[in-house]
Design a protein around this ligand. Structure first.
Ligand code: FAD
Length: 355
């Protein structure tokens, strides 16, 4: 048998599985999905789990069931690209002929002392559960500081406002406005939402140090019961540790077929792949479709396409609590209830499609 192993059942890994397990998959190919979790985690909704507005059952989807798919659970700690060997924490090993690395990303702390020790993360389900427990155990009228005013920081701060009206909530961002990659109309709308809903916005922040319960902004202490970190991401450490070329976020530099140039049997999908777009679930899925197409051609002994099609992203939707939101679709900026309803609709379709 020829062995395809997919590390990570996230947005990218699952899309590849969906597009590989079609009737024309050669019968001599075995497909194995490896993940530390026994289900697919809806990472785009982890902010709601952390804030306490959605239960964990709402952010889980079962992995696909197919007689051609084996599922193995475990914590991957290393990959030997030359020996084509995956190493697990429990000292097990797994061999592959083709490998997909879809292990997502990790927080990036920019060498700020204490940031990794004293802040909560919403990058994994395990860390989000801990953030949920810490936030929801805060006594009435306590405080939360969210560091990072990108999409995930904005979403968790807004959701938390609705979940805990008693808390003092601060959102720190290093730029002149939150949501810096978005059009100004959206930045202004979200900023006004926070002001209206009594969330303190601190722009031009420069976090210099974090201690237990204290964030130092420009060396000035801000005391908080809980600090949530959403101020940057980098590639998963397994990918960062590979002896290959990386970009400045530790993501793998790839050839046009999404392969590691010196190991063309290894593909990287999603947040750990260096692509000319901001990382997102949508990008991981679109890239996953391309990888499945290339892999299938290779499995069937057909050549690769001479030119890979461009990845066409549809846009981004964000939430401000359960009733309002914002989004960009092509050149159109959307604010208010409509993008929020659209975001819920996209999530519903995604869950139903996988389910
Ligand atoms: C709060 C928040 C909100 C977001 N909102 C949006 C949004 O609205 N729209 C959007 O497009 N994107 C959004 N994103 C980004 C999006 O979630 C990621 O870009 C997307 O999840 C990347 O998909 P992926 O396949 O690369 O990895 P992931 O979906 O993160 O999957 C990685 C998988 O690998 C597994 N794994 C990791 N390490 C190991 C290991 N060592 N051993 C075994 N298994 C391992 C994990 O368990 C996981 O199942 C959001 C992110 C966050 C945090």
């Amino acid at each position: 048998m020829r062995r395809l192993v997919i590390l990570g059942g996230g947005y990218g890994g699952l899309r590849i599985i969906e597009h590989i397990l079609t009737p024309d998959l050669p019968a001599d190919v075995s497909v194995t999905l490896v993940d530390r979790m026994p289900f697919h985690g809806l990472k785009t909704e982890y902010y709601a789990l952390a804030a306490g507005t959605e239960p964990e059952s709402k952010v889980r989807v079962p992995f696909p069931s197919d007689p051609r798919l084996q599922i193995k659970h475990g914590e991957v700690i290393d990959i030997n690209l030359t020996e084509r060997l995956i190493h697990f924490e429990n000292e097990e090993k797994l061999e592959y002929d083709w490998l997909i690395l879809g292990l997502g990303c990790e927080d990036r702390y920019h060498n700020i002392p204490g940031a990794d020790l004293y802040t909560h993360s919403i990058q994994t389900l395990g860390s989000t559960r801990r953030a949920y427990a810490a936030i929801n155990n805060i006594n009435p009228y306590g405080s939360v500081t969210v560091v990072g005013g990108g999409l995930s920081g904005v979403e968790i701060a807004a959701e938390l406002r609705e979940s805990r009206p008693d808390l003092t909530i601060r959102l720190l961002d290093r730029g002149p406005s939150i949501l810096s990659p978005f059009p100004k109309k959206l930045q202004d709308y979200a900023s006004e939402w926070f002001i209206k809903n009594d969330v303190e916005l601190i722009n031009m922040a420069n976090v210099t140090c974090v201690e237990d319960g204290v964030v130092y902004n420009n060396n000035q202490p801000i005391e908080s019961n809980v600090i949530v970190w959403t101020a940057g991401i980098q590639a998963n450490r397994i990918v960062r540790n590979l002896p290959i070329e990386h970009d400045n976020s530790g993501r793998a530099i790839l050839n046009p077929y999404h392969q590691i140039p010196d190991y063309t049997n290894v593909y990287v999908v999603g947040d750990s792949a260096s692509l000319p777009y901001a990382p997102s679930a949508q990008l991981a899925e679109m890239q996953g479709e391309q990888i499945a197409m290339v892999l299938k051609s290779e499995m069937k002994g057909e050549g690769y396409p001479s030119v890979m099609p461009a990845i066409k992203l549809k846009g981004t939707l964000g939430s401000l609590g359960k009733k309002e939101g914002f989004g960009v679709m092509g050149k159109m900026s959307l604010v208010g209830q409509m993008p929020r309803v659209m975001k819920s609709g996209v999530l519903w379709m995604y869950k139903n499609h996988l389910g």
